[in-house]
Design a protein around this ligand. Structure first.
Ligand code: TRP
Length: 453
């Protein structure tokens, strides 16, 4: 390519910074909060196996595709899709894909922020000693009390939205970049400390068996779809977050190596979180299928009993907040860049606008845990519906289209150029995956979920 595009929003200073930022986006509530509770709800090992399979054959190829599309287009996902489609002599309507990503980002952030708010409130609970020596029942009562109070949930949700928009307004690069650098390794260390605690609960092997020994009879009709949806969710795929981060990647950085690093780190964090949580669940006679509150009713028991638990517990929830923070900014970045590019807004103005919209949608999630908990559609509350619609439908559909775009619309020459690969085995394998395996895989899972196959 004669001249390369440049992003008007800047570039990461190195490949390493991109890895940190993308890992910061990927590692979040999805790993520590969502993975354990959906694994619990879907019976353990067989579900984990499906999830790992989806990461390997669907997630990794799509992550490569998203990064390369982003870097080639160097604009907001909406404009990138239009530009690259035109470049390949296809309809600029492909920008629709960027739009659906922007909508998905708003919807996900609206409830993500409410859950991050739970973690925020737990920082203060821990520091104040509420969990000190608390029994499972006492911790459960504290959690139920939090959910029952729309005012508290709303206050924490508001604080988290403001935190997120403050970083976004400054630009992702200047925002969390430095903080992530030491917070992520610390989070991982604390998870290992929790695993150390779990080793002594007497239920460690039961926890491991639950996680890693597959019993396919425990899967439900929905499990395969949930596992695939979570592979997208946990890797931040299917809505343009990784695409916009990809648009800041220096040209010489290798996309393949980077992808494996991000996906590997993300998966490790989830598995280690699972290894810490399930032994605690079983040792205390709790229910693995307890739902979204799972980590909030189990981990405090552990911190309440271990030496130094006040310190570790507080630190742990602080780190979860940071992990959620660095994920949240990526959910809204595609929308912000579009507002800057097409509406000529300043980042700060765009952030305030996006923050207000997200906050309002989040009120629905806040109420779904108390005042609206009785209102259900398809047996799901507002929060359940949003989560299901985004993670299990919008992200896989977006991912499917991204794979089709990279495999069928973009020229071979363009993708080879971005991946720095010629016609050798790695490239052919990737192209085979995005052209056939990934689109087919997603379609089969969808058909399976609606009972056709
Ligand atoms: N991956 C993050 C987590 O696991 C959440 C997230 C950030 C996300 N950006 C995303 C999910 C984009 C889907 C799409 O917590």
């Amino acid at each position: 390519m004669a001249e390369r595009r440049k992003s008007m929003h800047g570039e990461w200073s190195s490949r390493w910074v991109f890895i940190m930022a993308a890992t910061g986006s990927a590692v979040g509530l999805g790993n520590i909060w969502k993975f354990p509770y959906i694994t619990g709800e879907n019976g353990g090992g067989a579900f984990v196996l499906l999830y790992l399979l989806c990461i390997a054959i669907i997630g990794i190829p799509i992550m490569m595709a998203e990064i390369l599309i982003g870097r080639r287009g160097r604009q907001s996902p909406i404009n990138t899709m239009a530009t690259l489609a035109k470049e390949a002599s296809h309809s600029p309507h492909w920008k629709f894909l960027g739009w659906s990503g922007v909508v998905a980002g708003f919807l996900i952030l609206s409830y993500y922020s409410v859950i991050a708010g739970w973690a925020l409130s737990y920082v203060f609970r821990s520091a104040g000693g509420s969990f000190d020596g608390a029994s499972a029942d006492e911790v459960g009562a504290i959690f139920d009390g939090l959910l029952a109070s729309p005012e508290s949930l709303l206050a924490w949700h508001t604080i988290f939205i403001v935190m997120t928009m403050m970083v976004v307004a400054r630009g992702v690069r200047h925002g969390l970049e430095k903080a992530i650098r030491f917070l992520m390794p610390t989070l991982f260390m604390l998870l290992l400390i929790l695993v150390g605690y779990a080793l002594n609960t007497g239920a460690f092997s039961q926890g491991l068996e639950f996680l890693f020994s597959p019993d396919f009879s425990k899967l439900s009709q929905d499990s395969v779809l949930v596992a695939m949806g979570h592979a997208f969710f946990t890797l931040s795929l299917g809505m343009g977050a990784i695409m916009i981060y990809g648009s800041y990647v220096p040209h010489k950085a290798s996309i393949t190596g980077t992808t494996f690093y991000i996906a590997g780190a993300d998966t490790m964090v989830a598995l280690v979180a699972g290894m810490a949580i399930f032994p605690i669940v079983f040792a205390n006679g709790l229910e693995p299928g307890a739902g979204p509150g799972l980590i909030f009713v189990t981990l405090p028991i552990a911190f309440g009993q271990m030496p130094g638990g006040l310190f570790f517990g507080t630190l742990f929830f602080v780190l979860i907040v940071f992990a959620a923070w660095s994920s949240a900014i990526s959910l809204i970045e595609p929308a912000i860049t579009w507002l800057v590019e097409n509406k000529g807004m300043k980042r700060a103005t765009a952030s305030i606008g996006a923050g207000i919209v997200t906050w309002f949608v989040g009120v629905g999630t806040v109420l779904s845990f108390n005042l609206w908990s009785g209102y259900k559609l398809f047996d799901k509350t507002f929060f359940d519906l949003l989560d299901y619609l985004t993670a299990n439908i919008m992200l896989p559909l977006g991912g499917l289209m991204i794979a089709v775009f990279a495999g069928w619309i973009m020229t071979k020459q363009a993708t080879q150029e971005e991946l720095h690969m010629h016609d050798h085995f790695g490239y052919r394998m990737w192209r085979f995956l995005v052209r056939y395996v990934t689109p087919l895989g997603v379609t089969v899972v969808f058909l399976n979920a609606i009972g056709v196959i």
